[in-house]
Ligand binder design. Sequence first.
Ligand code: ATR
Length: 278
Amino acid sequence: MSEKIKKSAVTGHPVAHSRSPLVHGYWLKKHGLSGSYDRIDVAPESAEAFFGDFAASGLVGANVTVPHKEVAASACDWLDEAAQTMGAANTLWLDANGRLCGSNTDGLGFLGNLDQLAPEWDVSRESAVVLGAGGAARAIVWALLSRNFTHVHIVNRTLEKARTIAGEFGSKTIAHDWNSLGKLLGKADVLVNTTSLGMTGKPVLEIDLTPLPKSALVTDIVYVPLKTDLLKRAAERGNPTVDGLGMLLHQAVPGFERWFGVRPEVDDALRTIVLEDL
Ligand code: ATR
């Protein structure tokens, strides 16, 4: 008797642009597995019902993208620490008892990317500067605190949003507006852009990098273009830099492992396939 094919998918609204099928499709083929990974567009009005009765979808698990990460987390019977802290889940699976479990792997994706491309990056963990205060910033603050940064500074145009995140994470996380940036850069070990500035079609991120120590690692979650203006300017002055594509690839690893039982690698061939699709 042939084994039932394990089905998985990315769920969100919209999902047509998602590159996750490319990533999981590559790993399924590489490991000779007979699973599937599709796109399922879940309309906002159907999200509660879809995630509330996830078993009815016939999927063994799924990724969740905007705008459903919070609804998905609420529907879970169990959440890991990251998803609990962020109140948002991007990876779901059904356990042996049919309970819906959720994780948030965005922060792990961020760390996996830096560990792979800049293994020396966390030598000094005094001060991190995170630009932006959206969902991605929340995941990255979680990631930096998990690596024991002493101070994580969130700099955002709308100070209130930075304050909300800082309030969720406690006293090591401090909210600022853009006026404080120069002073903060002077002490930064890591600078992360989580705003949409620098993305193709958006304004460039105009910040003066002069105060930033040359040893500070600069990374951007924007990956279209792969080398943002920020990364180019940082590299020109001698800072180590890491582009954001790997965060997208690494955040997919835990889900694939849960659903298909193989821990996949983010290798050069995968990077090339996704780059060609950008
Ligand atoms: P996500 O949840 O996907 O991370 P988001 O909520 O759209 O993204 O947030 C984008 C981030 O980019 C926000 O921090 C936003 O700042 P505000 O909170 O003040 O809106 C930031 N951002 C976008 N355009 C900006 C601009 N022109 N100048 C400064 N910050 C900007």
